[in-house]
Design a protein. Structure first.
Length: 179
């Protein structure tokens, strides 16, 4: 999993490579990734990475499930205020609990991580265009907190509204008071 290191922006484009769930956990904790939606997506991929890792280390199906529960718990401890983190981990845990065999669980978790990413982008695009309809052609907008593509899987929440308005040909002035 490659993550754009948001701590280095805007002066440097640097990428963090996560090969294990622990790498993902540390990236979330150290704020390599920021924004609740982005954290949720990254955590889902962390579980998928963890499942592959645990599959190689497990001695039995029960051992696999127990170790993957520990992966989920570790990721849950990374950012206690990120609602999307817990939402994504809950979905991943349901897949684990419903699974009947390790290989199928690993595939299902990876597929679900990709679905969570895709759904975040689609949801934010739809929200952006709905919100953009509310903005006049010449509008001033104040944003607060991380609301852009870097806070999500790729489009943005409040900044997604602004992006969509610009795509619609509207002249928008943005005042950014934080991040």
């Amino acid at each position: 999993l490659l993550l754009l290191d948001q701590r280095r922006l805007p002066l440097e484009e640097s990428w963090v490579e996560c090969k294990t769930y622990e790498d993902v956990a540390k990236a979330i904790e150290s704020m390599v990734v920021r924004g609740a939606p982005a954290i949720g997506v990254v955590a889902a991929y962390g579980v998928a990475l963890g499942a592959k890792q645990v599959l190689e280390e497990s001695k039995s199906y029960l051992d696999f499930k127990a170790k993957l529960e520990m992966v989920i718990n570790r990721l849950a401890a990374t950012r206690p205020t990120a609602v999307n983190l817990f939402w994504a981990l809950k979905i991943m845990k349901l897949i684990l609990e419903a699974g009947q065999n390790e290989d199928d669980i690993v595939v299902a978790l990876e597929t679900e991580a990709m679905n969570i990413e895709r759904q975040d982008i689609e949801t934010n695009r739809k929200m952006g265009f709905f919100g953009a309809e509310l903005l006049a052609s010449k509008e001033n907008v104040l944003t607060h907190c991380n609301t852009g593509a870097l806070a999500t899987a790729g489009f943005g929440t409040a900044l997604g509204v602004i992006r969509a308005a610009v795509e619609m040909g509207k002249d928008i002035t943005v005042f950014v008071d934080e991040t």
